[in-house]
Structure formats: C-alpha cells, structure tokens
Design a protein around this ligand. Structure first.
Ligand code: SAH
Ligand code: SF4
Ligand code: F3S
Length: 467
C-alpha cells in the first residue's frame, strides 16, 4: 500500500473492541441495559460520525434512545462552522446539568468539530464540570477507551491533541437509514478558505482506499440501500494522497458499475477541482444522480480571491455551462456567503446576478460569521450587521422566486422517485435530482422506486400522485 495517510492498525482497533467488551461486562454485572443518546449538529460528516458512535455504543451494550433525560451516556457531536452553531451547543450543554442532577450517574461527552478548538476544550475544563469527556474528530476511534476510563473512575478525559488525522477502518456503524446511506470517502480539508474553520478542526485531506469504499458500497446495496451519498469536504481531491491511480471520477465510475438498483450522490465538490472528466462520468452512468452541489460562495472574483477559493466568476460559470451541456436535466445547488469582510454593494450585486444567471434549484445561504483563528476573522469588516441582513433577505427573495419557478416547471411531468418515508399523513419521495415530493400511498411502498406524476409545487417541495 502506497499512502501518505496514517492508518489505524487492526491491533489498535482490537484494543478499542476490548474496551467495548469490558464496558458490556460492567453493565451485565449491574444487571441492566444502559441507554445512550447521541445528538448531532452540523453536516453529513457529523451524521456519519454519529453512526460510528452509535455502532461503538451498541457494541458496548447500550440501547440507543431518543432523548438525554435518563440516558446513561449523552454525547453531543458538535459543529463549529458558525458562531450561532456553537452558541446553541453551549446552551444545550448547560441544560444537561439538570438531566445529570436527576440522574447523577449520567456521563456526558462533547465531540465533533468544536472539540477540535482549544478555546472550547479550555472553556469546558473550566466552566462545565458536569462534562466527563471531550474528544476531537481525530480521536473518535478511541471512544470505547475514553468511555471505559470514565466508567472505571479515572479523571475527566480530554482527547483533544491537534493532529493531521488518520483513517480507521472497521469501526461498527449503526445507520440512521438502511435505505439512504452515507459513505465517507475521505476526511479533512487542505483548502483553507479564509473564512472556514473546518481545516483546523478536521485535519488534512486523507482518502480511504478504493477497495474499502467499494466493499462498503457493495455491502450496503446487498443490504437494501437504494441511495448512497459519498461524503468529503472536497470529494474532487479524492485519491491525491493515495497514489492509487484513481481519482474521484474513477471511483464514481467503479461504484456505478456495481450490480443492483441504486443511485449515487456525492458532496461536496469544490469548483476548482470539478473537472470535465467528472461531469462526463456523471453523464455516462444512469446510477449516478444528475445532481450537483457546487458551492460558489460569491459571484465576485475579487471576493473569491479574498476567500482563497482558487477560481473566479468566469471559470465557475464555464464549468456550470459545461455540466449543464452534458447533463441537461442536472439539478444544481450551491452554498453562498453574504457579507464577507469588505464585500461592497456592487460585489453583492454580482452574487445576485450569478444566481439569476445560473438558476440554481436551491441554495444554502449564510451570513458571514467570523471564526476566531481564521484569516477572514482578522479582516476589516466595515459593513454593519443590518446591511448584511438586508443583503441576505434580498438574496433569499431572489432565490426563492427562482426555486419556485423551477418547481412549477415540474408540474405535469412524471418522475421516477425513491419513496423514502412518511411525514404527517403523506408519503415522501425524492426525485433523482434530490427534490422532495409528497404524495398519498401505502407505507408498503417505502424503499421502492415509483413513477410519480407531479401535480403541484411550492418553493420547497413538490406534490404528486402515483402514475
Ligand atoms: N467543504 C464544503 C463546505 C463545508 S461548510 C465546500 O467547500 O463547499 C458548508 C458551508 O458553510 C460553506 O460552503 C460555506 O458556504 C459556509 N460557511 C463556512 N464557513 C462559514 C463562515 N465562517 N461564515 C458563514 N458561512 C460559512
Ligand atoms: Fe471549508 Fe473551504 Fe475546506 Fe470547504 S473547501 S471545508 S469551505 S476550507
Ligand atoms: Fe460543522 Fe464540522 Fe460539518 S464544522 S459543517 S460539522 S465539518
């Protein structure tokens, strides 16, 4: 194996499994089944990590429950992307003093991206004595050891050392959905966009071996998965650290050739590395959904440069044009930040004109939030908060009109959709492009693909009936 990436050895993992056994034996001797609650904040990466925590917890004998009250273990898997996300976590962490008072044996842990920030772990050390352990994403694979240390009476556990990161294969997973599965193909990020905290808390880019990813996908498909979403902060740099001769497009093609009825999605694609080869590969295989999340962040080339994004407005538009040419039915979504330090009114207008030009199906819109330690947090930011809010509202209004217009154009069409659940009194389904459809039908349809005729549309979703 030719790789720059540190791989956790089987022996190191076996030591974790031995801790699982000790914890399970401990609870057996107590004569009851313990309960564990995992609360997930942030993006799909954290969702995927929580599935591993639940896997470990299950192996330790815990039953997974849906609320913190009364649980023997509570884990908050946190997000650090914006200040607001962090405030919510601190609020909820504070509230856990009450659940612990009512159930003093409760063990509380904080992990995820916030745990990778020194200022957060220091604050917990000082001001949140009811928290028993903090571990960053680099140390998730050591969770059984951390939990055992706490249960066997050791002091509060802090596994927060800063590292480039490693890869651990073979951690058990308890998945939220057998139908729609997340598969992390790589971890970390090397891009250091100037506003973003992710590279500081999730370490350097590292890819899983293609055969491990393929084996996981094959297993998922054989066990009922109909949708697989490949995850990475920048999936287009997949394989660069492996010297395995495979890039992301090759990996997609290999998965698309697995037998079975399923769709592949992926996120996120960095526009700089999104290649014609990627779009051609998407176009070539029916099993790759014609859906692309391609964050542009700003329509202004000057702002993009200040963000360290390594593409400009023109380059971005050219890529979108090519992608739409080879995939006319492409559903395109994106992320955008308003109020980046120094963004002028004209530069903001460039963002508006870009979204009007591209016509995204939907957008994730954010107001810039300074993250201490990132270069953008130290940049001059003279624009008042109210002005940023005004820009934000304007952007949302323009996008909502576009989303609604695109959704209206679905009415009358019949689309093949995966029926994925129930919500209130309707079934829910997803189009190939990932749009939500509500329709009436029997719950026995869940897990199947159905042709649905679209009969109505709003900004956010479609309604339909079985064709
Ligand atoms: N790796 C992905 C994005 C992960 S973060 C990518 O590069 O596309 C998801 C989104 O959060 C980003 O695309 C960005 O739009 C937003 N974001 C990140 N840091 C932010 C900050 N400091 N303030 C506001 N939005 C931010
Ligand atoms: Fe953050 Fe940029 Fe990396 Fe995305 S590519 S995670 S925005 S640094
Ligand atoms: Fe948040 Fe970490 Fe994801 S900061 S957005 S949970 S990578």
């Amino acid at each position: 194996m030719n790789t720059k990436t540190t791989v956790i050895s089987q022996a190191e993992l076996n030591a974790q499994f031995a801790c699982c056994d000790k914890i399970a034996a401990y609870w057996q001797s107590q004569g009851r089944t313990p309960a564990a609650y995992v609360e997930t904040y942030g993006c799909q990466q954290n969702e995927a990590d929580s599935e591993k925590l639940r896997g470990y917890l299950t192996q330790c004998g815990y039953q997974i429950v849906r609320e913190a009250e009364g649980a023997d273990v509570v884990i908050l898997n946190t997000c650090a992307i914006r200040e607001h996300a962090e405030q919510r976590v601190f609020g909820n962490l504070g509230a856990l003093t009450h659940t612990k008072r009512r159930h003093p044996a409760q063990r509380i842990f904080l992990c995820g991206c916030m745990a990778g920030e020194t200022k957060v772990s220091d604050r917990i050390r000082k001001s949140y004595p009811h928290v028993d352990g903090v571990f960053s994403t680099h140390h998730l694979w050591q969770f059984p050891e951390i939990l055992w240390n706490v249960l066997s009476g050791k002091r509060r556990q802090f596994y927060v050392s800063d590292e480039p990161g490693s890869i651990a294969e073979g951690i058990p997973q308890v998945r939220d959905s057998q139908l729609k599965a997340w598969v992390s193909i790589m971890y970390g990020c090397n891009n250091f966009c100037t506003y973003c905290i992710v590279p500081y808390v999730r370490g350097r880019e590292r890819s899983r071996q293609p055969e491990d990813i393929l084996a996981e996908c094959r297993w998922l498909i054989e066990n009922g998965a109909k949708e697989i979403t490949l995850l990475g902060q920048n999936v287009n740099s997949y394989g660069k650290d492996l010297a395995c001769g495979m890039d992301f497009a090759d990996l997609l093609a290999a998965i698309a050739q697995l037998p079975g009825e399923f769709l592949i999605r992926f996120m996120t694609s960095h526009p700089r590395d999104a290649s014609a080869k990627l779009f051609d590969t998407m176009a070539k295989y029916d099993k790759i959904a014609k859906q692309l999340h391609l964050p542009f962040q700003s329509g202004s080339s000057r702002v993009l440069k200040a963000m360290n994004r390594h593409y400009d407005r023109e380059g971005y538009l050219q890529k979108v044009l090519y992608a739409k040419k080879v995939m006319p039915q492409l559903v395109l979504t994106s992320d955008v930040i308003v109020g980046f330090p120094g963004e002028t009114e004209e530069e903001f207008e460039e963002t508006i004109s870009l979204i009007s030009q591209v016509h995204y199906d939907s957008l994730f819109t954010f107001i810039f939030s300074p993250r201490p330690g990132t270069p953008a947090a130290a940049m001059d930011d003279p624009t008042p908060k109210e002005e940023k809010s005004r820009r934000f509202d304007r952007l949302c209004a323009v996008q909502n009109a576009i989303s609604e217009e695109i959704h209206q154009s679905y009415v009358g069409k019949t689309l093949r959709c995966l029926v994925d659940g129930v919500d209130a009194d309707t079934l829910t389904a997803r189009t190939e492009g990932g749009r939500l459809v509500r329709f009436a039908g029997s719950e026995s349809l869940i897990g199947t693909y159905q042709d649905i005729q679209i009969t109505g549309a709003t900004t956010w979703s479609l309604t339909g009936k079985l064709a």
